[in-house]
Design a protein around this ligand. Structure first.
Ligand code: P1T
Length: 381
């Protein structure tokens, strides 16, 4: 089955009890048993719910995996992966990543004896320097949030195989429409399904997809034991969102390219970060591991004035100033004070998250309106 068919039909079948084409929202916490332990496959909705199962099957299908798991948020999904570890284990993570992931690693799991190394993975050699016999997970986010760095998944996978570690890829920015890490040998794909998978800024959710049954069983155990699951209504919404993922992503990519090129030609703009530029440091890798370059664009201002960035953000009208990304509507954000404020200033600035950096999640509105909006706001500084 092709991807564009999988998003609609992958892992789906009409509801067995009624024939409903869309899975009903099974708003129930529990299920009847005819005798203790005798039931129709569902016992309790933390353990399993038919609407969530329909979504989990879809997730597995679109990421070319065998098992999908849905959680109450992206961070809950990451939390479940970290619970595979034991005190003394080590994780090597990219140094440019969502601030909340950094916070979970460095403020929660560090306390439980897990050691984290944050390294620039644009150059894969930097990873090998930190690997030792305690390394259990290599954590990759590509493209990275918010600097749009590109990490070579195949090369990192070769390293993880050589040293017998697990490779996890946060595929939130790319989505399986653009990039399928399991095809490159990653062990786990992770998503903030809040973003492009849901696609309409109306739900918070996380997801994991794996190929290996043993690993899936360990994660299902944690999902049930820790209980950070999503509800049936949210499962329905994300399943509905996935059905248009391919169409939305196509337009996100077109508009993202238009915005990136426009900003680059603007005299008040400093640097523009977008993997589609031929002089982006890992453009060739983006070209080989992604179908297109996505809808996320970050840029800084000439002079790097914090006040100028704030003025632009206050005056954009079509781009809504808000946390998050990946919805149909365009959003703008100021990483250093919003999404990445939990990363210490020095570490943040090292990766490029300076005071004038603005991050855009380019939506699927008319291109001309988006460019005019940027033009109007940039005029004010
Ligand atoms: O917000 P939540 O669904 O818990 O997902 C966390 C997360 C994980 N990974 C990446 C790459 C993310 O971008 C996020 C969430 N990011 C934002 C809220 C943001 O505005 O960047």
């Amino acid at each position: 089955m092709e991807f564009n068919t999988k998003v609609i039909h992958g892992g789906q079948k009409p509801d067995p009890s009624t024939g409903a084409v869309m899975p009903p929202i099974y708003q129930t916490s529990t299920y009847v048993q005819s005798s203790p332990g005798v039931h129709k496959g569902f016992e309790y909705s933390r353990t399993g719910n038919p609407t969530r199962t329909a979504l989990e099957n879809s997730l597995a299908s679109i990421e070319n995996g065998n098992f999908g798991l849905a959680f109450g948020s992206g961070l809950a999904a990451i939390d479940a992966v970290m619970k595979l570890l034991a005190p003394g284990d080590e994780v090597i993570s990219t140094n440019d990543l969502y601030g909340g992931t950094f916070r979970l690693f460095s403020s929660v799991f560090k306390k439980f004896g897990i050691k984290f190394h944050f390294v620039g993975m644009e150059n894969v050699d930097n990873i090998e320097e930190c690997i030792n016999e305690k390394t259990k997970i290599i954590w990759v986010e590509t493209p990275t949030n918010p600097m749009l760095n590109i990490i070579d998944i195949k090369k990192v996978q070769a390293l993880s195989e050589k040293y017998n570690t697990m490779l996890v890829v946060d595929n939130t920015f790319a989505t399986p429409y653009l990039q399928k890490p399991l095809d490159y040998g990653a062990d786990i794909v992770m998503h903030s399904a809040t973003k492009y998978l849901g696609g309409h800024s109306d739900v918070v959710m996380g997801a994991l997809v794996v190929k290996d049954k043993e690993l899936a069983d360990k994660l299902y155990f944690i999902q049930n034991a820790s209980g950070a699951v999503c509800g049936p209504m949210d499962s329905f919404l994300v399943l509905r969102g996935i059905k248009t993922l391919h169409v939305r992503m196509q337009r996100h990519c077109e508009n993202g390219a238009a915005v990136a090129h426009y900003l680059r030609s603007h005299p008040k703009v400093g640097k523009v970060y977008w993997p589609g530029f031929e002089d982006h440091p890992n453009h060739h890798i983006a070209k080989s591991q992604m179908l297109d370059f996505g809808g996320m664009v970050s840029f800084s201002l000439k002079g790097d004035k914090y006040q100028d960035a704030i003025k632009i953000l206050e005056n954009l009208k079509v781009f809504t100033l808000a946390e998050s990304l990946g919805g149909v509507e365009s959003l703008s954000g100021h990483p250093s004070s919003m999404t990445h404020a939990s990363i210490p200033k020095e570490a943040r600035e090292k990766t490029g998250v300076i005071d004038s950096l603005i991050r855009l999640s380019v939506g699927i509105e008319a291109e001309a309106d988006l460019l005019r909006d940027l033009e109007n706001a940039l005029e004010l500084v």
